[in-house]
Ligand binder design. Sequence first.
Ligand SMILES: Cc1cc2nc3c(=O)[nH]c(=O)nc-3n(C[C@H](O)[C@H](O)[C@H](O)COP(=O)(O)OP(=O)(O)OC[C@H]3O[C@@H](n4cnc5c(N)ncnc54)[C@H](O)[C@@H]3O)c2cc1C
Length: 288
Amino acid sequence: MPPAATMNRFEASETEAHRRLAAFVTDSIYDYGVARDVLAREGTSTLSPYLRFGLLSPRNAVVTALRALGAATDEVARQSAETWLKELVWREFYVQVMYHFPQVLRQAFNPRLREIAWRDDPAHLEAWRYGKTGFPIVDACMRQLLTIGWMHNRGRMIAASFLVKDLLIDWREGEAWFMQRLIDGDPAANNGGWQWTAGVGTDAAPYFRIFNPVTQGQKFDPEGTFIRRYVPELAKLPTEHIHTPWRMTALEQTMQGVQIGDTYPAPIVDRAQLKERTLAAYRGKRDG
Ligand SMILES: Cc1cc2nc3c(=O)[nH]c(=O)nc-3n(C[C@H](O)[C@H](O)[C@H](O)COP(=O)(O)OP(=O)(O)OC[C@H]3O[C@@H](n4cnc5c(N)ncnc54)[C@H](O)[C@@H]3O)c2cc1C
């Protein structure tokens, strides 16, 4: 059963699906281009569980989006509505990929990236699953999933990149955990998102692109509002320390009431050492 917070948040009815769609296209759709990446805001439609389980048809969503596009009053609003429409198209794209290439459920779409030497590290996997990596933005995203059964799209990319590119753990481990925990868990979209992040899929992010969780946090949660919401141990930290609490001196930690390695985990990896390891693992198979 999903967490209680999930059920309160996503009332399971067609009426609610249509209410959300109507509310979104009245206003938020015209700001979606920017708001969609702000972790602390509800800047997206939150329609994914409704689309996933057929409480809202994608055709209905597309027609409504096209109408909103037609009603846009300026170029920014028009582009925002178009961006949202494109997300619905991504959904359809991954459905098609899964239909025509069902093997993606078991392996990378790209045959040259099927044999990467992933690390088997149960302790790191567990830390990632439960939001205890010591990287506040990753932990906040993973705890959002545990708390409400849903994760912001930017959060999914940050958390997935950390598992695959920083910890070098098989993307299929992350895919399985998301399917277990997401209220919108969808085999096609989830698989597509994981293969995209891992850089092994159809129209994938390049394999050498590695998200930096600190700069991602600074960019998409600049005040640390989202981190404070989901990582209460860090709630009282001033913004200057919220993305890199491990850099505080012992005195600063005492003054802020946070002990790194005790009340909040120390970073489980030293990122400065990781990039080469990841690139070597990917290159080994690309060039081989
Ligand atoms: C690693 C990873 C795993 C993901 N797993 C899932 C999943 O299991 N189920 C799921 O529905 N989406 C998944 N997504 C896509 C996306 O994160 C969610 O659809 C989105 O966050 C849902 O929030 P929303 O309804 O507010 O989206 P909005 O931004 O309002 O988008 C509208 C709708 O478009 C579709 N959509 C948006 N982005 C994508 C995308 N990148 N790929 C496919 N469809 C998209 C969804 O149906 C969504 O409800 C995943 C993305 C990543 C990176």
